[in-house]
Design a protein. Structure first.
Length: 197
C-alpha cells in the first residue's frame, strides 16, 4: 500500500488568553470578572444571532439567554481541558441552533409590527379564527386567566392587557402608566408567549 499524502495540522493558540483568566476568576467566586467577558463576547454572540431569522425582540432575548449561558459555563470551565473562548463559542452556537429550531417548530416567533398598529384585541394574533365559537370561548377563558391569575403575568402586564381590552392605544397606555412604548410592546410580546404555553 502506498502513502500518497500526509497532512499535519498544527494548532497554535495562546493559553494566556485573558478570557480564560476571567472565566477562572468567575469560577472562584469573583463575579465582577464576567464584565470583561461580557464586553468582549457580546459582539460575537450578536453576530451569531444574525445567522437566524429572529425578529428584534427574539434576537434580544436570545442574546440575553446566551450571555447567561456564558456565565453558567464559567462555573463548569476546566482550564486543563482547553480555552474557555472555544468552549463557550461552541456551546453558544449549538444552543442558538436549538433555540431557533424550538421557536420555529412551535411557532413562537413573532411578526414585527409597528408600535402604532399593535393592540391586544385587534389582532397581531397569527392563525386565529374568530368564526369558530369554541375559539372565542377559549380566547375569553385565556384572557380571564391572564387578568385574574397573579402567577401568570406581572401586575404591569395585567394593567397593560386591561387597558388594551378597553381600546387604549400603546401611546395612551404609556402616558397612563408612565412607561415607555417599547416596554409596553415588550410586555405584550411576553403576554402573547405566555398565552401560547
Amino acid at each position: 500500500m502506498y502513502l500518497i499524502t500526509q497532512h499535519h495540522f498544527i494548532l497554535k493558540e495562546s493559553l494566556d488568553d485573558r478570557m480564560n483568566d476571567c472565566a477562572y476568576k468567575v469560577y472562584n467566586g469573583d463575579i465582577s470578572a464576567f464584565d470583561w467577558i461580557d464586553e468582549n463576547l457580546r459582539q460575537s454572540v450578536f453576530k451569531k444571532t444574525l445567522k437566524y431569522k429572529f425578529d428584534y425582540y427574539d434576537r434580544e432575548d436570545a442574546l440575553q439567554d446566551m450571555m447567561e449561558l456564558a456565565l453558567r459555563l464559567c462555573y463548569k470551565y476546566n482550564p486543563e481541558l482547553g480555552n474557555y473562548r472555544h468552549y463557550v463559542s461552541k456551546a453558544i452556537t449549538y444552543e442558538l441552533m436549538k433555540l431557533y429550531h424550538r421557536m420555529t417548530d412551535y411557532g413562537l416567533s413573532e411578526v414585527i409590527k409597528s408600535v402604532q398598529d399593535i393592540t391586544f384585541e385587534t389582532g397581531d394574533h397569527r392563525n386565529r379564527m374568530q368564526d369558530n365559537p369554541l375559539d372565542i370561548i377559549i380566547y375569553e377563558e385565556n384572557k380571564s386567566h391572564i387578568l385574574n391569575n397573579r402567577k401568570v403575568c406581572s401586575p404591569l402586564e395585567r394593567k397593560i392587557v386591561y387597558y388594551c381590552n378597553y381600546g387604549y392605544q400603546i401611546k395612551e397606555i404609556s402616558e397612563k402608566l408612565c412607561v415607555s412604548e417599547k416596554a409596553i410592546v415588550n410586555s405584550l410580546h411576553r403576554v402573547r408567549r405566555k398565552r401560547k404555553k
